[in-house]
Design a protein around this ligand. Structure first.
Ligand code: MN
Length: 269
């Protein structure tokens, strides 16, 4: 309640919307367990740890009143946040680590483009500028400081091998066309790019003229990545509010997170 006007404040109205169900909260996060797929790099490079969990006690002699676990994983495991320092292009930028990014950047709008049919037809599907412009003709322009989320339904591949989809030339997974990312930054001022695959870049991105263009350009411009998302089919093209706070790891390059989307239900009348 605003003490001057007697009206409910913005936060009170938001809470009322959530509690009444008029604002739905969609969990965009995959469950972490030992089967969670992690990116596979050429063998000469360092590798990320898989997710591991070990019981400390479960109401037994190790802790009669207590259930808890230890776990370990790489920063880039499951649904996770990519900070600018993750890429060499973002190495020297200010506030580029999980502990220094201003928290206001963890709350942002999201536009969701449905590429599920394209990815079903071609696992190496690349989202182009033309395709985004055609989408904007129907749904309207991507607002500044929004995420662009690429829905592919890739998260429906619950078998880790099918999810990683490794071939002779590396992974075959969908992602952004190399030209799309500079355009999204310069023409649409997006805050970041999100996807359902193991990384924000396409599986074939190591072979692009600039390898891993989403990482190179997004992080080089102090923007973020949000790979490993799910449930994007539950989001409208516009009007989603995303909450994406990574763990506050000192000098962290990213972290698993609980990605939450707030969506307004259509009034049924
Ligand atoms: Mn990552």
């Amino acid at each position: 309640m605003d003490s001057r006007t007697g009206e409910a404040g913005i936060l009170a109205r938001l809470l009322e919307g959530i509690l009444s169900g008029r604002i739905r909260i969609v969990d965009l996060t995959v469950t972490l367990d030992q089967r969670t797929p992690t990116i596979v790099l050429p063998p000469e490079l360092g590798q990320t740890w898989p997710f591991r969990i070990e019981e400390i006690s479960r109401y037994d002699r190790r802790g009669p009143a207590t259930y808890w676990n230890n776990f370990s994983c790489g920063e880039h495991t499951g649904t996770h946040f990519d900070a600018p320092v993750h890429w060499i292009s973002g190495r020297d930028l200010p506030d580029n680590t999980t502990d220094t990014i201003p928290p206001v950047k963890f709350v942002a709008a999201a536009a969701v483009i449905d590429c599920s049919r394209d990815a079903l037809a071609d696992p190496d599907y690349l989202l182009t500028v033309d395709r985004v412009e055609a989408w904007e003709e129907i749904h309207g322009r991507i607002p500044p400081r929004s995420w662009l989320l690429m829905r592919t339904d890739w998260s429906l591949r619950t078998d880790p091998e099918a999810f990683l989809n490794m071939g002779d030339e590396g992974a075959n997974t969908p992602g952004p066309h190399p030209d799309l990312i500079p355009w999204l930054i310069s023409k649409r001022d997006v805050i970041g790019f999100g996807s359902e695959a193991v990384g924000t870049d396409a599986g074939q991105a190591p072979h692009f003229p600039i390898p891993f263009p989403c990482h190179h350009h997004m992080h080089g411009n102090n923007r973020f990545g949000l790979p490993g998302l799910c449930n994007l089919d539950q989001l409208p093209p516009h009007g989603t509010l995303l909450i994406t706070a990574p763990l506050k790891i000192r000098q962290g390059s990213g972290s698993p997170l609980r990605a939450l989307a707030l969506v307004e239900e259509q009034a049924d009348d």
